[in-house]
Design a protein around this ligand. Structure first.
Ligand code: DGT
Ligand code: CA
Ligand code: CA
Length: 578
């Protein structure tokens, strides 16, 4: 279930957008944006806080605290409703186009009376925008791309939102008496980056109590279909949930069937048929006579087909069945295998928590090492200076080893400039233990220039990890255009790791890019890019993405012991191969 903090974050962010669109004070809009982020990242549940405690959260002042209280009490905020009312519904639809932005949406409405996505598409196709300032050819292309992205993502929801909802529902149904097993299956169990609907399974003798319990949850807005085997509901957030109740003896077969993917299941069913068996959600049966030969656990079902158990993240028909038959299934990385996070922020730049809190939270996760990598000076809005980063280094050295011997690495997130150069002179960069380098601007360079830019960053002996390599934002911003095979080859050649950024709206690199990069022999780092204590837990999404890219601990530098990691960070060439 979504936390009240997340709801308030979304509301305040919307308010900030509304202020910006209606030509309000930019400073005020920015203040609401900051407060939104602070509340979203606040570790404690805000619904238990009074006005005074709310104001203790950074960037939350009196008037914001009042709005939060009003929302928690009534479910709405008058000021937000008033702003909403000023904007025609069609324009609000335009605002949801990821690459357009609120200000441009308002201009389209005021200057050309465009008030829907289809009108905008038609206007671009009829070249009706060419006289409008700020709508050059490249911008128009981007807008069309944004519309496509929006339509493709359709009703699919981001992985972490589906996970929050599913975990809440599973916890509720597990409490219903008679529940033998309960879990989520489908694309969520396979940890796809977006989820169409949530599939929940229960093992129990009687199904009715579970179907009723699901329909009665406060988060359930509507029961779409109610049956004995399957009930479908829509949550108040608009997510569809399918609940199926299985007889306990069919648990393994049902879990295997409803985990999918469909393509994976076609393969397993074909193997069954060749052995004179039939595989369904109820079990594996002999075709002759119909005797059940396996159904209680997934392991049993796979074993009877002559296969080892296959991790759900691999079940996409990308060769996992063939690999399993050959006994060559990768021993994929697990969350437990990650020894430290190598890309994180503090409130010295745009993080929310001070150094001490981030370090303490990292130690609580049991890490052996942890890198702090705040933004470098060329990202001007972060106002980094030599003095600030050196002072941070001193504080960090004092904390080093204080938490169960966890070792701290002092790092930075460098900006890859348009030509591939980075912040700070070489001798200053020598002082860091680790440098992540990432693109933060100039996303529109042509492919050749972008490729050279990234390759140059790899060739820099101070750059250890390329952070969120494509810079895509899922459903919002496409990745940059580059000859990725060339970039991946450069990473392998120079001993530069590619990041698997675990922020759920990034997951960058994505699974398919990881598979391709691995072909080149590249190493990877699974990092959260945490901007708050809570973000450290997003690691699971990065690990799942790494699994979907078939990565083993050997491929991932932050599963290695510190000594081996330090060898890699020396970047003396070939160190990635040990
Ligand atoms: P999604 O919901 O679009 O993100 O993707 P999935 O994989 O969760 O797909 P979904 O919800 O339609 O079905 C859940 C699983 O049920 C799917 O992965 C495989 C299994 N399944 C196998 N055969 C069938 C079938 O004929 N119909 C349906 N609905 N599911 C099937
Ligand atoms: Ca599904
Ligand atoms: Ca489904």
């Amino acid at each position: 279930m979504a936390r009240p903090n997340d709801e308030v974050e979304a509301l305040l962010q919307e308010y900030a957008d509304l202020i910006a669109i209606t030509g309000g004070d930019a400073f005020k809009a920015r203040a609401y944006e900051k407060a939104a982020r602070a509340i979203g990242g606040h570790p404690a549940d805000i619904s238990h806080l009074d006005a005074g405690q709310l104001r203790d959260i950074p960037n939350v002042g009196r008037s914001i605290a009042e709005k939060v209280i009003e929302y928690l009490r009534t479910g709405t905020v008058t000021a937000v409703e008033e702003r909403r009312a000023k904007i025609p519904a069609g324009v609000r639809e335009l605002i949801t186009i990821p690459t357009l932005g609120p200000k441009r949406a308002m201009r389209l409405y005021e200057d050309l009376h465009i008030s829907s996505v289809s009108e905008l598409t038609a206007a671009i196709e009829a070249d009706a925008l060419h006289d409008l300032k700020g709508f050059g050819e490249k911008t128009q292309e981007n807008i069309l791309h944004g519309i496509t992205l929006m339509q493709q993502s359709g009703d699919r929801i981001p992985l972490h939102l589906a996970m929050d909802a599913a975990e809440g529902i599973v916890a509720e149904l597990s409490r219903v008496s008679g529940c033998r097993r309960c879990t989520y299956a489908g694309s969520l169990r396979r940890m796809r980056e977006t989820i169409g609907d949530i599939d929940v399974l229960v093992a129990a003798k009687r199904s009715a109590p579970f179907m009723e319990a699901l329909g009665a949850l406060p988060s359930t807005a509507e029961v779409i279909a109610h049956g004995e085997k399957k009930t479908s509901i829509r949550t108040t957030k608009g997510v569809q949930v399918d609940l199926r109740v299985l007889p306990p003896e069919s648990w393994g077969a049902g879990l295997q069937y409803f985990t999918g993917s469909k393509a994976h299941n076609i393969r397993t069913r074909t193997i069954a048929v060749r052995q004179g068996l039939k595989l369904s959600e109820y079990g594996l049966f002999e075709v002759d006579g119909g005797a059940s030969v396996a159904s209680r656990t997934e392991e049993e079902v796979y074993a009877r087909l002559g296969l080892p158990w296959i991790p759900p993240t691999l079940r996409e028909d990308r060769g996992e069945i063939q690999a399993a038959l050959r006994g060559e299934l990768p021993d994929v990385v697990t969350e437990h295998g990650i020894r430290g996070d190598l890309h994180t922020h503090t409130d010295l730049t745009d993080g929310l928590a001070p150094l001490e809190e981030m370090v303490a939270a990292a130690a609580e996760r049991g890490y052996a090492y942890y890198a702090v990598t705040d933004h470098a000076p060329n990202l001007y809005m972060q106002r980094m200076t030599d003095e600030k980063i050196l002072a941070q280094r001193e504080r960090l050295r004092e904390l080093d080893g204080r938490h169960h011997g966890m070792r701290l690495l002092h790092g930075t997130e460098l900006n890859i400039g348009p030509d591939g150069d980075v912040d700070w002179p070489e001798d200053f960069l020598d002082g860091f233990d680790i440098c992540v380098a990432a693109l933060h601007s100039h996303f529109d360079l042509d492919r050749g220039t972008m490729t050279r830019r990234l390759v140059r960053a790899c060739e820099n002996p101070h750059v250890h990890i390329i952070g969120h390599p494509t810079t895509r934002l899922i459903g919002k911003r496409p990745g940059v255009d580059a000859d990725w095979d060339e970039v991946f080859a450069a990473c392998a050649r120079t001993g530069t790791a590619l990041e698997i950024n675990a922020q759920p709206d990034r997951l960058d690199l994505c699974d398919e890019d990881i598979l391709r990069a691995k072909e080149h022999g590249t190493k990877f780092a699974v990092d959260t890019d945490a901007h708050s204590v809570l973000h450290l837990a997003h690691l699971r999404y990065g690990v799942a993405t790494a699994q979907r890219g078939w990565l083993t601990p050997e491929d991932i530098i932050n599963t290695w012991p510190l000594r081996r990691l330090r060898g890699f960070l020396r970047k003396t060439g070939g160190s990635g191969h040990r």
